[in-house]
Design a protein around this ligand. Structure first.
Ligand SMILES: [Zn+2]
Length: 224
C-alpha cells in the first residue's frame, strides 16, 4: 500500500465509539481524504487540535482498499486558535470549510484550490473584514470547477449583465427570472472578488451581509 505524506487542513471530525474520530482532511496531494484518529483523550491535546476544523497539519497515511486511510503520523503546523478569537473570522473560515466539504469529491486532486485555501486562511485572522475573503473563496472555487462566468456583459450577447443564473452572467433579455438582479457596482464587486489576485483589490469595498448571502446563493445553486 502506498504511503503518502502531505499538508492537510481538517474539515470535519465525527466521533466514533467515544474515543475515536473519523477525520475528513483536505490534503495538498490528494484532495479530500478520510482517516481514523484513534485514542482521543484529554491527555493528548495534539489529537484534539488535529480533530478541530481549520487546523492545519503535516500528515502521513497509508492508502488502504477501504474508504478510510490509515493515519501513520500527524503534526499540527497551524492551530485554529486565531480563528476562535473573533466570530466573524471564525464564521468566514467555516464557510470556506463547508464549501470544500460540499464541493470536493474524495481523492479528487485540487492542488491550486489547496494553495488558495492556505493563503486565505493565513491572511484571514489579520484582516478587518474576513467575509470578503470567504466570498472570494466561494466564487474562486466555482471558477476552479468551471461553474461560473462573471462578466460585465451578458454571456450570450453584448448587453450589460444584470443577474447571475446557474453561474452565468445574463442581461435583461436572456435572464429567466428578475428575482436576483445586481446593480453594476455589485456585479463589479463580485467580478473583483472572483478574479483578482491582489489582496488590496479584494478589500477595496467591505462586502455587506446581504451581498455575502447572495454569494452563498450563487454557490448553493451548484452545491447544496
Ligand atoms: Zn444577453
Amino acid at each position: 500500500m502506498e504511503i503518502i505524506s502531505t499538508q492537510a487542513i481538517t474539515l470535519q471530525s465525527t466521533l466514533y465509539k467515544d474515543k475515536h474520530a473519523i477525520l475528513k482532511l483536505f490534503t495538498e496531494k490528494e484532495g479530500v481524504i478520510s482517516v481514523m484518529l484513534y485514542g482521543l483523550s484529554p491527555k493528548k491535546p495534539i489529537l484534539f487540535s488535529l480533530a478541530s476544523p481549520i487546523t492545519r497539519s503535516q500528515v502521513t497515511y497509508k492508502r488502504t482498499s477501504k474508504d478510510i486511510c490509515q493515519l501513520i503520523d500527524a503534526q499540527v503546523t497551524v492551530s485554529n486558535l486565531p480563528f476562535r478569537k473573533d466570530l466573524s473570522t471564525l464564521r468566514s473560515a467555516s464557510l470556506m470549510i463547508k464549501a470544500l466539504l460540499l464541493s470536493q469529491l474524495p481523492h479528487k486532486k485540487a492542488k491550486k484550490l489547496f494553495s488558495l485555501c492556505v493563503s486565505y486562511l493565513d491572511k484571514m485572522p489579520t484582516v478587518d473584514h474576513a467575509p470578503n475573503l470567504a466570498a472570494s473563496f466561494l466564487l474562486k472555487l466555482l471558477l476552479h470547477e468551471g461553474l461560473l462566468k462573471i462578466s460585465p456583459t451578458c454571456n450570450h450577447c453584448e448587453n450589460p449583465s444584470v443577474t447571475i443564473e446557474s453561474g452565468e452572467s445574463l442581461c435583461h433579455r436572456h435572464m429567466t427570472s428578475s428575482k436576483n438582479l445586481f446593480s453594476s457596482e455589485e456585479l463589479s464587486q463580485l467580478f473583483t472578488l472572483a478574479y483578482s489576485r491582489q489582496y488590496d483589490d479584494l478589500f477595496k469595498k467591505k462586502l455587506n451581509a446581504e451581498m455575502l448571502d447572495r454569494v452563498k446563493k450563487i454557490f448553493h445553486e451548484h452545491y447544496s
